[in-house]
Design a protein around this ligand. Sequence first.
Ligand code: ATP
Ligand code: FE2
Length: 325
Amino acid sequence: MICLGIESTAHTFGVGIMDGEEVLANETSMYKPSEGGIHPREAAEHHSKVCDEVMGNALREAEISREDIDLVAFSKGPGLPPCLRTGAVFARSLALSLDVPIVGVNHCIAHIEIGKLKTNAEDPVTLYVSGGNTQVIALSAGKYRVFGEVLDTPVGNALDKFGRKAGLDHPGGPKVEKLAAKGSNYIELPYSIKGMDMSFSGLMTEAMRKLDDEDLEDICYSLQETMFAMLTEAVERAMAHAGKDEVLLTGGVAANKRLQEMLDTMCSERDASFYTVPYELAGDNGAMMAWLGLLKYKTSEGDELEDTAFIQNWRTDDVEVVWDK
Ligand code: ATP
Ligand code: FE2
């Protein structure tokens, strides 16, 4: 069965095509704000401008035609309303014109399921870290439960904002990583974790303040060490609580080698397994929507058109994980 998946929750408009477990295509186009952070309406305008082109590229890459599509999946939430609306409208009109079923899927869960498909992880604690999200998630009693999350600025966003202040190009995350590798002096920064919930705003502001009188490489190093130690602590606690012995790292920040190393070390010490989602499937993309669409469709008939309205704050633990039984 061939499913075309559409991602449009934030910066990225993506179209992915899955034939069962095989990724046939995964094309994206990213909205880049001219300055400052994301402007939801501008991002949505970007998505509607590029949607036909991205879909055309995906069909070419997959070497299939529109008529070969059996199912349309799209990111129904959570995300920015104008962006979600654009994706939903595109998905609906495609499904209608092809006369195929449509399924709306949860963006956060799509990250987890494509990760499980592409690594050997079976029942992991997932650390989902991106520009817009920081969550520690594990399956428990039929739902993906959020064991811990950020209470203010998500990790990727904090790195990007710090980067902007430090005069680094957007996105700041990869640049901070490069500079951090050359730093070695640890500068004390606020370490703020309660149970499995984390706060990064104070830490980010303090790192910005240090820019006047400390070495940039040392600040980047200290910023990463502190943030990633907090994330590792939250994940380790979730593993103990939920009784899991696997960790799956995903989201755009999963590309960071130092974060991977810290989680890997923690896992080795607990005799647990550590998996990182391959780079091209870790950031926002359409293939993960297509895959979750296929999983969901196995146990349902697809959604009625009137049930395809987006859900801005769709919580991860609102979704019954029926396909995993
Ligand atoms: P979401 O909608 O899931 O929140 P997003 O729009 O933030 O996703 P992603 O591609 O998942 O998009 O993630 C982008 C984030 O990842 C940016 O904040 C970027 O700085 C960060 N990032 C990318 N590479 C690295 C890296 N090597 N180290 C740290 N952060 C990174
Ligand atoms: Fe995402």
